[in-house]
Design a protein around this ligand. Structure first.
Ligand SMILES: [Zn+2]
Ligand SMILES: [Zn+2]
Length: 257
């Protein structure tokens, strides 16, 4: 099956001139997933969707975002059948409680909690559930297609796209790692070198720019600069945070429209 490429929305994300186009994409994809799960087209009333959300569930972060989204009845219906699903599994796991890895004397003396993680079937089952999330899966699937599209356009040396990449503000560190990790899957050695040349220089220049904005913001707290203009420093805190770990710390919760 030929996988879809997201050429137009990817180009649009680069045109936004955000601190990181992949953060921008990730946010869109996440908001679409919330709309899909809880939104007005009521996909949660469809059996095949509910069977999936019952089985896969949601992570802590996405329950928090689902709560903030609103739509109390939709949340309640989804939670009702997820709880029933979990209770059935939990009963089975508890009945078959087994220690799966023995704790040694060294761990006992050091009270090394990491070493006892998932040392029985019940906690292992819980940890597995915590890592399982319908929305995370949805984001990952879509995000991976955007990464594939990025490399498709890069490899094809699409002039408009390469210019957009070159004239952008680089990526955040989190998404830079994703792109570097994926590069060998799509590009030959030479292409990887030329991509690194663009991205590395861009990351240095743009971290420097963000640092400059932070410096200026600090100055604005000094009475001598009280009447100086803000330049680009007003939102420097959220942009610096984004540059380092990705995401949008200043975003209000995304709510049902
Ligand atoms: Zn990012
Ligand atoms: Zn999640």
């Amino acid at each position: 099956m030929k996988e879809e490429l997201y050429t137009i929305p990817l180009m649009d994300a680069f045109r936004e001139n955000d601190e990181c186009p992949f953060c921008y994409i990730e946010r869109n994809v996440e908001q679409n997933a919330l709309d899909f799960v809880l939104g007005s087209d009521a996909s949660y009333m469809q059996d095949h969707v509910r069977m999936e959300t019952d089985r896969i569930g949601f992570c802590r972060e996405h329950y928090r975002k689902m709560f903030a989204y609103g739509e109390t009845l939709a949340n309640a219906l989804i939670l009702e059948t997820r709880l029933k699903f979990l209770m059935k599994e939990m009963q089975k796991e508890m009945k078959g409680y087994t220690v799966t890895s023995k704790v040694g004397l060294k761990e006992k003396l050091k009270k090394d909690v990491d070493a006892t993680r998932s040392s029985n079937n019940v906690s292992r089952w819980i940890h597995e559930k915590e890592e399982s999330c319908y929305i995370c899966n949805h984001i990952k699937r879509n995000y991976d297609r955007y990464v594939a599209t990025f490399f498709y356009l890069y490899k094809k040396a699409d002039k408009e796209f390469i210019d957009l990449v070159k004239n952008g503000k680089g990526l955040c560190l989190h998404h830079l790692a994703d792109i570097l990790d994926a590069a060998p899957l799509y590009l030959n050695e030479k292409e990887q070198v030329s991509l690194r040349e663009i991205l590395f220089a861009q990351m240095e220049a743009n971290m420097e720019r963000v640092l400059g904005d932070i410096d200026w913001l600090e100055k604005k707290f000094d009475y001598r600069y009280k009447d100086a203009e803000w330049k680009d420093s007003r939102d420097a805190v959220q942009r610096a945070m984004q540059k380092i770990t990705g995401g949008y710390p200043a975003d209000p919760p995304y709510r049902a429209r």
